[in-house]
Design a protein around this ligand. Sequence first.
Ligand code: AMP
Length: 114
Amino acid sequence: MQNQLIFENIIKKKIPANIVYQDEKITAFKDIQPKAPIHILIVPNFFMASLNDINKENKWIMAHMFYIAVKIAKKNKINEEGYRIIINCNKNGGQEINYLHMHLLGGEKLKSFS
Ligand code: AMP
C-alpha cells in the first residue's frame, strides 16, 4: 500500500484513527506515535503529496489548516504556554508519509532546534 493511502483512508474513515476535528476541507487526528503530550496531524481532505504541491488555486487550504490548528491548540489549552507547528517536506525534511500534513505539538517544553 502506498503510504499516502493511510491518510486517505483515515479521512474517509475506512481505517481507525482518533479524529479530533473534521470539516469539508480538512481532517485532524492524533498522531499514532506521539512525540509530545499533544501531537495532532492536520491534513487537507484532498490529496497533496507535499508542500511542493501548493499553487495559486489551492493555497487557501494552508490558511484554513493554520486557523484550525490554533483552534485545536486553544481547545487543548496549550495556546498560552505555547506549541509548535511543523511541516516536513520530502526526504531531507524528514517527510515519511507522502500526503501533506501539519504537525501540531505541545503540552510540554519542546526541544529547541538551536
Ligand atoms: P512525517 O514524518 O512528517 O511524514 O510524519 C508522519 C507522521 O504520521 C508520523 O508522526 C507518524 O507517527 C504518523 N502516522 C503514521 N501512520 C499513522 C496513523 N495510521 N495514524 C496516525 N498517525 C500516523
